[in-house]
Design a protein around this ligand. Structure first.
Ligand SMILES: [Zn+2]
Length: 328
């Protein structure tokens, strides 16, 4: 039997990424520019912003369907908290106007196909899980972007938590009384180990030099001490947070993606050092920490594969262990 054709959409701050998959084979992909913050800033009301968002998503689905009419289901990774029971978007920290929204029903009616909405980092975690071929197993995905997102897959099942807030790891406090965070607390991980945190560290060390993280990485590659130290501090913060997380959810694999993960060699040594130091001895040396190899496609792949689970029934992992794998 042919595997179904599935559409995955990853909603980001500056664009929507689309990928059409059959199993893990990418059939078609596209990137639709969309500056969501501006879209919501310009909208006259939350209702108008919702309308604009729905129109954008519907147009994206139409574009994919024009390319691949065989699409059987649509999965959307969205930066916000998704209620796992109702599939409603309960809140989106970066788009404060959006609250308790049903995006699924209007989109399902529009495209006449099953639609699934998930948190974007959870979708990416599931994509990484599928790529890792754990069959089944457990992993954590950490996305280092402007903020820090996290997703957990437990025994082959994505774990959103009771309120869709599980693995909101960017707000684990790594420095008591540290930098003020958008969430209202101080010293959160994402104030240090993100594409916005590294520039803050660099600015503290080199007053007046507010540079984007990739330029700081370029300076670090040339031996700039303050730039090297900014990434070292990011790794240290991540190692500290991951040690806490791993003591709570004992998974064997952590995969780190997102734009900042491209500077892997700049933060991994301090991450590993701090992680080993803070872990309990039983876990030391036993957790795999890997850079994502998905080329930033884990989000679209995961969203597509999660949509496929709608077709398989609510609780079926995409990849069941098979008898043939027992010898591997
Ligand atoms: Zn915070």
């Amino acid at each position: 039997m042919n595997k179904p054709v599935l559409l995955g959409i990853d909603v980001g701050g500056t664009n929507l990424r689309l990928g059409v998959y059959r199993d893990q084979t990418l059939l078609w992909e596209a990137r639709i520019p969309a500056h969501l913050a501006e879209l919501f800033g310009q909208a006259a009301s939350p209702a108008a912003a919702t309308e604009a968002l729905l129109e954008l998503l519907a147009r994206s689905i139409d574009e994919a369907l024009a390319q691949e009419p065989a699409i059987a289901a649509v999965g959307i990774g969205f930066p916000g908290f998704i209620d796992p029971r109702s599939q409603r978007l309960s809140q989106s920290p970066n788009m404060p106007g959006l609250r308790d929204l049903d995006l699924v029903t209007p989109l399902r009616q529009h495209c006449q196909r099953p639609v699934r909405l998930e948190n974007d980092a959870l979708a990416a975690a599931y994509g990484e899980y599928v790529l890792a071929g754990l069959h089944p197993g457990s992993l954590i995905y950490v996305g280092l972007g402007t903020g820090v997102g996290g997703g957990l897959v437990v025994d082959g099942h994505p774990y959103p938590g009771e309120h869709g807030v599980a693995m909101e790891i960017g707000h684990i406090i790594v420095e008591a009384g540290g930098r003020l965070c958008g969430c209202g607390n101080r010293g959160c991980l994402e104030q240090y180990a993100s594409a916005s945190g590294v520039p803050r560290t660099y600015l503290e060390r080199v007053p007046g030099a507010l540079l984007p993280a990739d330029q700081i990485a370029a300076r670090a590659a040339q031996g700039d001490g303050a730039a090297l130290a900014a990434f070292e501090q990011a790794g240290e913060a991540l190692g500290q947070a991951l040690a806490h997380i791993l003591k709570v959810v004992d998974v064997g694999t952590v995969i780190i993606g997102g734009g900042l993960s491209l500077s892997w060699e700049l933060f991994y040594p301090s991450l590993r050092r701090r992680l080993e130091q803070d872990l309990i001895p039983a876990l030391r040396g036993r957790v795999q920490i890997r850079q994502s190899a998905s080329q930033d496609r884990a989000g679209i792949l995961g969203a597509a594969m999660l949509a496929g689970r709608l077709l398989a029934g609510p609780d079926q992992p995409a990849s069941q262990p098979s008898v043939a794998r027992e010898d591997s």
